[in-house]
Design a protein around this ligand. Structure first.
Ligand code: F6P
Length: 551
């Protein structure tokens, strides 16, 4: 007897239901139900989710709700919030909700309340970021810090970089920030060429403090600073660390006094709420960071308490399961019509794909259904002039999230800009849903004077099949609080998907193999002899590089 959810009665019912909906046009669903928008949209936590432009009916929702019940979703949510070891392959809790638990209620892991430690680190972050922002933390030569360089990768980079970028209007006017993640010298080298060692503070962010890219970049930055300032003692004034690994931080040469701690129950891609948020607190201040936490906490409470079909992350998660596992969609686009969210798609790529890019269940059984889609996207207007062609006339069903700000964070004298953004966003989701059929297209072409052979030739190219599904999420303005809600919404949506698919969203064993192979290739790259340890392609590439690298 299989434990896979795909062998359940409700899964089979959903499969049959999909067969019916596969041939239904969304525009017909709208025509049949004048209240479709009212029936398929929710406002909660100051976010509007309009999910009416999806290939679903009330029946679909009720079946998906049964799927959630079958997967024991409500119980899993309780376990997540109460510090149970939901990361079963690493025997850890996943308590990002504790990091933003503004109610400060007790949350225990292995019998110990984590909140006193969470609050103590927040207090340390406040003290430090205030000192930098107020000009009290001085560099080795006595100058005030005006540049922050965060060195980290993955969750130790993407979250803080995305938030800092998104909340740029809240930044301290005398501070600038850079985020270095890639190990090729064009990243760090470029930044070092632009900054002043006397006024720069490096934040070395690594949960494990073993990540090759981060440590190599950190060592190079350290050597650069010592060379420029002429003394090892300068490091104490220009380097701080964020990590769970005190011993390793100290071995690197950063005094643990200048280390901001977090814990193994904080997953890398869920860590921006922890001390990993230090570049955020320095750039926008602790009060605004706390607003971010408050927003996320409000969304957490909504997730934990709202009924299933009024619950934003649950609705979004179930809809995503519907498309991936029943429609067989393989990618999902995220299109912010708010340029401050430029980095949001990249941030979501790690959050979603590192969490859900799995092929076995928690019990180790191979799944026989599709799980995680490929996440991609870009700010909406840029996308319209690049890849929307594929959305409108390509051959794939690509569920899309339109994320729309009613007001911009940057005021320009003319209201035209925001009007243009809003009209574009609404037009695109409408056009993707409605399409334009053959008859309407023909009429349109005739109206503009196209006839005869030209008409026959152009007609098939000018038809839009439509029926492309989308969610639209609208908020008034991207404040820190709203951003906190938006991020938490996606985090919990991922959790809902993981529960339905029976997979652990909190481990990432898939990143190990490449790291292991790299450690065997590094010495092979450095020896004179031809490499002969891998397949012929890898050996060929290795030897080609060795032949030409110094010529
Ligand atoms: O390689 C993947 C990963 O482990 C991510 O999960 C993590 O966010 C990133 O590397 C960085 O890890 P660390 O913070 O330990 O340097």
């Amino acid at each position: 007897m299989s434990n896979l959810i795909s062998h359940s009665h409700i899964w089979a019912t959903l499969k049959n239901h999909q067969k019916y909906l596969a041939s239904v046009q969304m525009q017909d669903l709208f025509a049949l139900d004048e209240q479709r928008y009212e029936n398929f949209s929710v406002v909660a936590c100051d976010l509007l989710l309009d999910y009416s432009k999806n290939r679903l009916t009330k029946d679909t929702l009720h079946l998906l709700k049964q799927l959630a019940t079958k997967a024991n979703l409500e119980n899993w949510i309780k376990e997540l919030f109460s510090g149970e070891l939901v990361n079963n392959t690493e025997h850890r809790a996943a308590l990002h909700v504790a990091l933003r638990n503004r109610s400060n209620t007790k949350i225990t892991v292995n019998g110990e309340d984590v909140m006193p430690n969470v609050n103590a680190v927040l207090a340390k972050m406040r003290k430090f970021s205030n000192a930098v922002r107020d000009g009290d933390w001085l560099g080795y030569t006595g100058k005030r810090i005006n540049t922050i360089v965060n060195i980290g990768i993955g969750g130790s980079d993407l979250g803080p970089a995305m938030v800092t970028r998104a909340l740029r209007t809240y930044q301290h006017p005398l501070l600038q920030s850079h985020f270095v993640s890639n190990v090729d010298s064009s990243h760090l080298g470029d930044i070092l060429s632009k900054i002043d060692p006397e006024t720069t503070l490096f934040i070395i962010a690594s949960k494990t403090f073993t990540t090759q890219e981060t440590l190599l970049n950190a060592h190079t930055a350290r050597n650069w600073l010592i060379e420029k300032l002429g003394s090892d003692t300068a490091v104490a004034k220009h380097f701080v660390a964020v990590s769970t690994a005190t011993q390793k931080v100290s071995e690197f040469g950063i005094d643990p006094v200048n280390m901001f701690e977090f814990w193994d129950w904080v997953g890398g891609r869920y860590s921006l709420w922890s001390a990993i948020g230090l570049p955020i607190t320095v750039m926008i201040g602790m009060e605004q960071f706390e607003e971010l936490l408050t927003g996320a906490h409000e969304l957490d409470q909504h997730f934990a308490t709202a009924p299933l079909l009024e619950n934003l992350p649950i609705l979004m998660g179930l809809i995503d399961v519907w498309y991936s596992s029943f429609f067989g969609t393989t990618s999902q686009a995220v299109l912010p019509y708010d340029y401050t969210l430029k980095l949001f798609p990249a941030y979501l790529q790690q959050l979603v794909m590192e969490s859900l890019g799995k092929q076995v269940t928690r019990d180790g059984d191979l799944v026989d259904y599709s799980t995680c889609p490929v996440i991609w996207g870009a700010p909406g207007n840029n996308g319209q002039h690049a890849f929307y062609q594929l959305l409108h006339q390509g051959t794939q069903v690509i569920p899309t999230d339109f994320i729309v700000a009613i007001e911009s964070n940057f005021d320009l004298p003319s209201a035209e800009h925001q009007d243009a953004v809003l009209s574009n966003a609404l037009a695109q989701s409408h056009a993707l849903m409605m399409g334009r059929n053959l008859a309407k297209t023909k009429q349109k072409l005739v109206d503009i004077g196209i006839q005869g052979n030209d008409l026959a030739q152009q007609l098939p190219h000018r038809v839009f099949p439509g029926n492309q599904p989308s969610n639209t999420i609208i908020y008034k303005k991207l404040t820190p609080k709203v951003l906190g809600k938006l991020i938490a919404l996606y985090e919990h949506k991922v959790f809902v998907q993981s529960v339905c698919w029976g997979i652990n969203p909190f481990d990432q064993w898939g990143v190990e193999l490449g790291k292991n192979v790299a450690s065997t290739l590094l010495p092979a790259l450095r020896t004179e002899q031809d490499g002969n340890i891998h397949d012929s392609s890898t050996n060929g590439l290795l030897n080609y590089i060795k032949t030409y690298r110094h010529k």
